[in-house]
Design a protein around this ligand. Structure first.
Ligand code: ADP
Length: 475
């Protein structure tokens, strides 16, 4: 009656379809490097957009002075003020204020939205000046603007909105210069503040990473969504011929959530999730990796099992509700360390509407969470090594191209740091452990010690302020 055999069959099938052997991961590494190359070669040359950021110089700790930053990226809007002390003094002071964006402004006009932003900023600036009288003597302040929506960058400090996401929908903004809107709204409020940098949140993460550690070459965010950026040689950006930068390089925003390769281990659950999503055929890598989706992949497996057996009792309608199983809940089941898996039972009962799940079935659920998270973490790891391969930091850059030759040629190996941020990576311990383990596994034991993943905090806020400082002050 229970049909355990069927369920075990479904589990085995899942396990096999989600397989991420090292050889499979190396194929993903190669595919990532190839797609990066294609995206840099021509506009539309790859699913990877490989967007120019015009950031040709990253903060290094010499920045000195006071800078502002604002971050518009979701339901909250944040304002920051950072006082940088220069060499070895680091950040002397940091003030942050967070305010919710009134719902109606998210679908209003660009003028209303930026009027709100500028007046919030003004309130903050005036408040700060009252606390610190020295500030009022400053004639013009520099500001970094983190705008976490797809932008076609025109210069380091300006760019055009391609489309809205995350519930925002202000039609008159599309195609407009985002910085210009802010600059005008600030002028109306009598604020003498200059937008020195318009940045994507991953670029902010890279900036903070590089400020803390100059060996930082790339940044990866894995939260609700996922994205990455890295520092590329200007002459490798073929689609922009004759690109000249003082440093000889530029940060490239990969938009890697849209990466796709036939080597990715895809299941029927992924295919269904994609087909039923509002953006089918889009963000394929992100749909296998990020926090928005992992819980829902697990839910789909559980739904199939409940249809083919009665191990979860009479089928619950909640299990057929998309996105009812959020990823943090999946993580809490996966990481349940009570001997009788009480947390799994609680989530089943309270969230999925399945009471009295047997211990055997609870173990099965933990197993499914493990398969989905392990696959996600290992694919993200392959993506990271793909970036390292593209910039010759994976040890394969030796003349002979052989791993061992490159490794033993000694001098060629450089310490390499990747800045990491995002709620999935920082809060989901097993995800993070699987990712780190896979990076080391793909690189091999000779190379792995040269590569470090470092968590960065508040890249989107602090990073923009650091970039504004590094771009406008002579240090
Ligand atoms: P965002 O990506 O929305 O800007 P974060 O980087 O903080 O914000 O990521 C939040 C996402 O991280 C959540 O949507 C969730 O998917 C994931 N997350 C947060 N906490 C946990 C947790 N404890 N376990 C697993 N995933 C988590």
């Amino acid at each position: 009656r229970m049909k355990w055999k069927r369920v075990v069959g479904v589990l085995r099938e899942l396990e096999e379809a989600c397989g991420t052997s090292v050889s499979r991961l190396r194929q993903v590494v190669d595919a990532m490097a190839v797609e990066m190359h294609a995206g840099l070669a021509s506009e539309g040359g790859s699913k990877l957009k490989m967007l120019l950021t015009f950031v040709d110089k990253l903060p290094n700790g010499n920045e000195k002075g006071i800078c502002y930053a604002i971050h518009l990226g979701g339901t909250n809007f944040r304002v920051l003020r950072v006082h940088l002390g220069g060499r070895r003094s680091g950040i002397l002071r940091r003030d942050v204020e967070r305010m919710p964006i009134p719902q109606h402004l998210m679908t209003s006009t660009s003028e209303d939205l930026f009027e709100f932003i500028a007046s919030s900023l003004k309130q903050f600036v005036v408040g700060e000046e009252e606390k610190d009288s020295e500030l009022s003597s400053v004639s013009r302040s520099e500001l970094g603007f983190t705008f976490s929506f797809p932008v076609k960058q025109v210069s380091v400090s300006s760019g055009i909105l391609i489309k809205w996401t995350k519930g925002f929908s202000i039609a008159d903004m599309i195609g407009k210069d985002v910085s210009e809107c802010l600059q005008q709204a600030m002028a109306k409020k009598g604020l003498n503040i200059h937008v020195a940098a318009l940045v994507n949140d991953t670029v902010g993460t890279l900036a903070v990473g590089h400020y803390n550690d100059e060996d930082t070459v790339a940044a990866v965010i894995i939260g609700t969504g996922t994205n990455a950026c890295y520092f590329e040689r200007a002459d490798a950006i073929i689609k922009c011929q004759g690109l000249l930068t003082t440093s000889g390089g530029m940060v490239v925003n990969m938009e890697w959530g849209n990466f796709w390769s036939s080597h990715l281990p895809r299941t029927q659950y992924d295919i269904d999730l994609d087909a039923e999503s509002p953006n089918p055929n889009d963000q394929g890598f992100e749909k296998m990796i990020s926090g928005m989706y992992l819980g829902d992949i697990v839910r789909r497996v559980l739904l199939r099992m409940s249809r083919e057996s009665d191990i979860f009792g009479p089928s619950s309608s909640r299990l057929s509700t998309p996105f009812i199983l959020r990823t943090p809940l999946m993580a809490s089941m996966h990481q349940d360390d009570t001997p009788d898996l009480r947390e799994v039972a609680r989530v089943c009962n309270d969230v999925l509407g399945i009471p009295d799940v047997s211990l055997k079935a609870r173990k099965l659920i933990v197993n499914i969470c493990d398969i989905i998270t392990r696959r996600a973490a290992r694919l993200a790891a392959a993506g990271i090594v793909g970036i390292l391969k593209k910039i010759g930091r994976d040890g394969s850059a030796g003349v002979a191209g052989s791993r061992t030759k490159a490794a033993s040629s000694g001098g060629k190996l450089k310490r390499t740091v990747v800045a990491m941020e995002g709620g999935l990576y920082t809060n989901y311990t097993l995800f993070r452990e699987y990712l780190e383990e896979a990076v080391a596994e793909i690189l091999g034991e000779e190379l792995a010690p040269f590569v470090t993943l470092k968590v960065v905090e508040d890249g989107s806020g602090l990073g923009a302020a650091l970039l504004a400082a590094s771009l406008s002050f002579i240090s």
